[in-house]
Design a protein around this ligand. Structure first.
Ligand code: CP
Length: 328
């Protein structure tokens, strides 16, 4: 059966579009074409089957080494990358900010060069500074996967969000997706906006004025400061956490006030479509950006997003591992 084959993805993936992966790194959705996004989603759809088997492992990345370098806390992204690497039979190394020599004053470049000297193939990096993965890709030869950089991008989160939307609604083109919350500090919102607009979806952002970036309309999105109006006609509502750790000064008087005016609860949901999906990248702050009742309602796909994240990260690891400089 398929378990024994190295080319498992080629066997599972009908390459509908004939699109080839030509990138060494996945730094952001901004850099991807609609066809490349579709290729990742189709590859993820094939790889999802691996996790549904009794033996949840294929030898696709046997002999390859992946480094997970997380300088910021993470539960979902880190766990799903580690599991994705194991499912694909890669060897893995894990570093976190506190456990690496960065705390002794070593620069990111020197740490990256040290990791490169161990002849690794891919580096997955989460970093509090926007642009850190981009710098790393200039310093070292292994492929770089951005697992979230500051307030810039979180490409694999947007890919798993688009995968979930496409699976649930059958398409992305023409869907209306509403993001509510701290848009200003959200790398998830930024990556989703790049991706969804490329795929032909309409995007609305809503929240307190201070948490919506000026001129965000230039990214092709609509803006609303009224949550009840924003959710109207939305096919999916994606809630974003208030990122207090990135706010040097308070952007609104209190979290209680935020919950009252911008939180998604059953009362606000009366204005939404009956089949609107409730999404959240996590971690959630229940009672602030969404009520427990909404988080656990029948429209909530929050845990399905986590499941789909594993397949999407397997797809990204697979595609980047296939990169050859002559494909460029
Ligand atoms: N969505 C997301 O990035 O979650 P983690 O911070 O837990 O990885």
């Amino acid at each position: 059966m398929l378990e024994g084959k190295t080319d498992v993805v080629e066997e599972l993936t009908p390459n509908k579009s004939n699109t080839q992966w030509t990138k060494k790194d996945l730094l952001g959705i901004k850099d991807l074409s609609a066809e490349e996004i579709e290729l990742v989603l189709d590859t993820a759809a094939s790889l999802r089957q691996v996790s549904e088997r009794s033996i949840k492992k294929v030898p696709t990345l046997r002999g390859r080494t992946v480094v997970n370098f997380f300088i910021e806390p993470s539960t979902r992204t880190r766990a799903s990358f580690e599991l994705a690497e194991k499912r694909l039979s890669a060897d893995t190394l894990n570093f976190s900010g506190g456990s690496s020599s960065l705390v002794k004053g070593e620069t990111l470049k020197d740490t990256a060069k040290t990791v490169e000297a161990l002849q690794v193939d891919l580096i997955v990096i989460r970093h509090p500074s926007s642009g850190a993965p981009h710098r790393l890709s200039e310093y070292v030869k292994p492929g770089i996967i951005n697992a979230g950089d500051g307030i810039n991008e979180h490409p694999t989160q947007a890919l798993l969000d688009m995968y979930t939307l496409r699976e649930k609604k059958g398409r992305l083109k023409g869907l209306k997706v509403c993001f509510i919350g701290d848009i200003l500090h959200s790398r998830v919102a930024r990556s989703n906006i790049w991706g969804l607009t490329k795929m032909g979806a309409k995007v609305m952002v809503a929240g307190p004025k201070m948490l919506i970036p000026k001129e965000i309309e230039k990214m092709g999105v609509e803006v609303s400061y009224d949550v009840k109006k924003a959710v109207k006609d939305a096919d999916a509502i994606n809630l974003l956490r208030i990122q207090l750790e990135r706010q040097n000064e308070p952007f609104f008087p209190s979290l209680r006030e935020y919950a009252r005016y911008y939180g998604l609860n059953s009362d606000v949901m009366k204005n939404a479509k009956e089949d609107a999906l409730i999404m959240h990248p996590g971690p959630t702050n229940r009672g602030i950006e969404l009520s427990s009742e909404v988080a656990e309602s029948s429209g909530s796909v929050i845990l399905e997003q986590v499941t789909n994240g594993l397949a999407v990260r397997m797809a990204v690891l697979y595609l980047l591992s296939m990169y050859k400089p002559e494909n460029k």
